[in-house]
Design a protein around this ligand. Structure first.
Ligand code: ADP
Ligand code: ZN
Length: 633
């Protein structure tokens, strides 16, 4: 134990010396200590929590080499780039290297030049790599497996080559310490990781899913594009130059949104599976290197994007399930700074997603029964996603509950927590809805149901004589979105359900009868109807806290400091362009904000700031000090 405390002290020193951070984040200390004591670990931490530090620091302290298995070239490049910037010799071995480069890297590795080597799992089987790994002079003391959920067929990102990791371990004449790290924590996946990788009595640590720096909101704008413009303009005014992602459901809407925003003068690019590999790579780099601020993309974009300073993720369409939503939204604010996740809901999205599920090509090879089960599951997930868009409870709470973690019930940092709700008796509306379905022996979907209740006079109504329904026009005074909300609530509470057909029909559940009985009552929470201009998410927050709520590290800066911050960002961009690395690898926004507010004059003052390690101080300190000192005047 005593030995362990000294080791942890040393680990903390390394954290500062190389990475410039003063303290461990939640879970890091325990996971590092376990590895240093020779124990296998399984670390489950949400995106952005700092998993890489959990294997990079032990790697720097242990004898021999640390081998990191990582599934994506972009992830490897990013981490290896960041390590080299911090003064750590590291390399990657993957298919992006030419044969010459690859052989050279192996040669250097054999000579012991690298403390950390990243490899794609496919490499573990190749002759050249095995020659190196099995040669007597090489000792791999620690095998770290990043994105370990790729080993599980339960997960969304199953990679068969991850199954080869165990074979590889078996070929070594000794056994390294093995650490597995992931952000996915369902029980199935967790068990798979431990079994398939054959972890030995692992120390398992899960820090929970909450990302407290993320603000969540669901909006149902009448005109989504207008709402988007309003949002982006407000953001740009508040903090110029910040980065954000806009996710769309289809390539077509990516194209559309990207084109329109570009013609408005926004710095925007795009990403989807219909573009050439080359264009995708280019556009992705433009975003990562801050040459373009806004990325419009389908869900094809994001795996392996480590950009820490994404300040907002907007879902222009509702995704297919909460897993995808949280993963995509979670790309905001990896650096822990305040960031926003806003979802625009539109009924059409439910239909589009349903279509994707019904026509899922990936499931074609499954047998009939399994395919049905998978479809049922996917439809259930879609429904849970839809409920998220309609819930009046704390959104964070809803998310955490979905992933099996108890939330606090009130977070104070989501649109629902900041909205005033009122309890509204909706029994009357609910009865009309049930009667209407009954009266029709209804075999219609939500849209027609709404048309009848609101007394629409269109062709569908006329040709099918739906105006004969006793409830026709009874709810003409209730706005369509509110009626939809009531129908959703009735579904959520088990009064109604949707059939699983291509055109889903609203059906009554057994419970529905209760509503028609005397004394049956239904109360739900509805947002107080706003008067005048619709209040947007950040305005709502400003009202609560009495100050403007900015996103990002500059949020707390005074106006003067914010101008210095901009200067420092400019310098950072120049340096990054010169060194061909993304700006955030030079210094994070947070570190620049600290420089702006504390304005160090000397190197030792600068070294005290979070994010400034010795190596970076030596490399860049002078240039940044120069700008700061000039500013101090
Ligand atoms: P993950 O792999 O868990 O998604 P990363 O390892 O990429 O997260 O870390 C996210 C960010 O947090 C990085 O910018 C990293 O430098 C930063 N970070 C990691 N550990 C610390 C720490 N102890 N203090 C401050 N920042 C940290
Ligand atoms: Zn909340």
């Amino acid at each position: 134990m005593i030995e362990n405390t000294t080791k942890i002290k040393e680990a903390k020193k390394i954290l500062k010396q190389y990475f410039g951070y003063d303290d461990f984040r939640e879970g890091q200390r325990e996971l590092i200590a376990a590895v240093l004591s020779g124990r296998d670990v399984l670390g489950i931490m949400p995106t952005g929590a700092g998993k890489s530090m959990c294997f990079q620091i032990p790697a720097l302290m242990m004898d021999g080499i640390t081998l990191v298995i990582s599934p994506l070239i972009s992830l490897m490049k990013d981490q290896v780039g960041a390590l080299n910037q911090a003064g750590v010799h590291a390399a990657y071995l993957n298919s992006s290297l030419s044969t010459g480069q690859y052989l050279k890297a192996l040669q250097f590795a054999r000579e012991g030049r690298y403390k950390i080597i990243y490899a794609a799992p496919e490499r573990l089987e190749t002759g050249g790599f095995l020659d190196f790994a099995l040669s007597g002079s090489v000792r791999i003391s620690f095998l770290a497996i990043d994105e370990a959920h790729c080993v599980s067929q339960w997960g969304q990102d199953f990679r068969p080559s991850y199954l080869k990791i165990l074979d590889f371990l078996g070929k070594l004449s000794y056994r390294p310490v093995v650490g597995a790290y992931t952000a996915t924590a369902t029980e199935d996946v967790r068990d798979d990781i431990m079994d398939i990788l054959a972890l030995r009595d692992p120390y398992v640590l899960s820090t929970g899913f909450d990302r407290s720096n993320l603000y969540f909101a669901v909006k149902k704008p009448m005109d989504k594009y207008k709402e988007l413009l309003r949002y982006l303009r407000a953001k740009e005014k508040e903090t110029p130059g910040i980065s954000g992602i806009i996710y769309c459901l289809t390539r077509k809407s990516v194209e559309e949104v990207c084109y329109k925003l570009r013609s408005e003068g926004f710095s925007v690019t795009r990403y989807h599976a219909g573009l050439s590999d080359e264009e995708r790579r280019e556009n992705q780099d433009d975003f990562i290197y801050d040459r373009r601020q806004i990325m419009t993309a389908t869900n094809a974009f994001g795996m392996g994007i480590d950009k820490p300073d994404v300040r907002f993720v907007i879902h222009y369409n509702m995704p297919k399930n909460m897993e995808s939503y949280y993963q995509e939204a979670g790309r905001a604010g990896r650096d822990g700074e305040p960031s926003e996740c806003v979802l625009y809901y539109e009924p059409m999205d439910v239909r589009t997603n349903r279509f994707f599920i019904e026509n899922n090509k990936e499931n074609e090879e499954l047998d009939d029964i399994t395919r049905e089960i998978v479809k049922e599951r996917d439809l259930w997930r879609l429904q849970q996603m839809t409920f998220y868009c309609f819930t009046a409870e704390c959104l964070r709470n809803y998310i955490l509950k979905y992933f099996g973690q108890a939330g606090a019930g009130y977070c104070g940092n989501c649109l629902n927590c900041l909205t005033q709700f009122e309890e509204v008796d909706i029994t009357g509306e609910a009865r009309s809805i049930v009667q209407c379905i009954k009266g029709n022996r209804m075999n219609y979907g939500i849209t027609i149901l709404l048309d009848i209740l609101r007394g629409a006079n269109n062709q569908r109504i006329r040709t099918r004589h739906l105006d004969q329904n006793p409830e026709y026009g009874k709810l003409a005074h209730v706005a369509a979105p509110r009626l939809r909300q009531i129908i959703q609530e009735m579904q959520y509470r088990g009064y109604l359900e949707l059939s699983g057909d291509e055109y889903p029909v609203v059906k009554m559940n057994r419970q529905a009868g209760k509503l028609l009985e005397n004394g049956g009552q239904l109360v739900m929470k509805l947002a107080k109807e706003k008067s005048g201009k619709e209040s947007g998410d950040f305005e709502a927050r400003a009202g609560k806290k009495g100050k403007r709520n900015k996103t990002g590290a500059a949020a707390a800066l005074s106006e003067k400091d914010a101008r210095l911050f901009e200067e420092l960002r400019k310098l950072r961009k120049e340096i990054a362009a010169r060194e061909k690395v993304p700006p955030y690898i030079v210094f994070s926004d947070k570190t620049l904000a600290l420089m702006s507010s504390s304005r160090p004059q000397y190197e030792d003052e600068m070294l005290r700031l979070s994010g400034v390690g010795e190596y970076k101080l030596e490399k860049y300190g002078e240039q940044f000090l120069e700008v700061i000192v000039k500013w101090r005047g």
